[in-house]
Design a protein around this ligand. Structure first.
Ligand code: GDP
Ligand code: MG
Length: 168
């Protein structure tokens, strides 16, 4: 079918919900509202047909382990988000990446995007772009920096994920 399930992981506060809401609704909010788990559906065009993107916005890295395993099992593609203003948030992606490898096996055949969000906050940067790129290379996944706040690379992020899927 043309249903395509994308799961968004990352530490609390890195901007997972903001990226999803920016993409799906075109909005941004300054306040932080912790997420339980939400799923959004978005119809998009890919090639000459249409696909339904089902985007699961998770609570963060402190999700219930059973829920996290289930999200990984059901997911076709993964967005791993850290904030460029927090080295810790990049560290927190490692166990999630490892669990994706463990559950999915051949990780090179799965579309994964490592995302450094909040790149409008250059003055508070803790993680250089080159470090994000290096991590993505090590993880054999794609890499992008985004800003949900100023709407930088958000549409491109989801589009690129679909392109990765088609290249499989
Ligand atoms: P989540 O816990 O990963 O879902 O994070 P949220 O999407 O709830 O965002 C956490 C906080 O970071 C909120 O106060 C947002 O307004 C802020 N935020 C999210 N994305 C960006 C961004 O791209 N730039 C900046 N400066 N702040 C952001
Ligand atoms: Mg959230």
């Amino acid at each position: 079918s043309n249903d395509y399930r994308v799961v968004v992981f990352g530490a609390g506060g890195v901007g997972k919900s903001s990226l999803v809401l920016r993409f799906v609704k075109g909005t941004f909010r300054e306040s932080y509202i912790p997420t339980i788990e939400d799923t959004y559906r978005q119809v998009i065009s890919c090639d000459k047909s249409i696909c339904t993107l089902q985007i699961t916005d998770t609570t963060g890295s402190h999700q219930f382990p059973a829920m996290q395993r289930l999200s990984i099992s059901k997911g076709h593609a993964f967005i791993l988000v850290y904030s460029i203003t927090s080295r810790q948030s990049l560290e927190e992606l490692k166990p999630i990446y490892e669990q994706i490898c463990q559950i999915k096996g051949d990780v090179e055949s799965i579309p994964i995007m490592l995302v450094g969000n909040k790149n409008d906050e250059n003055q508070n940067r803790e993680v250089e772009s080159s470090e994000g790129e290096a991590m993505a290379k090590k993880w054999k996944c794609a890499f992008m920096e985004t800003s949900a706040k100023v709407n930088h690379n958000v549409k491109e992020l989801f589009q690129e994920l679909l392109n990765l899927e088609k290249r499989r």
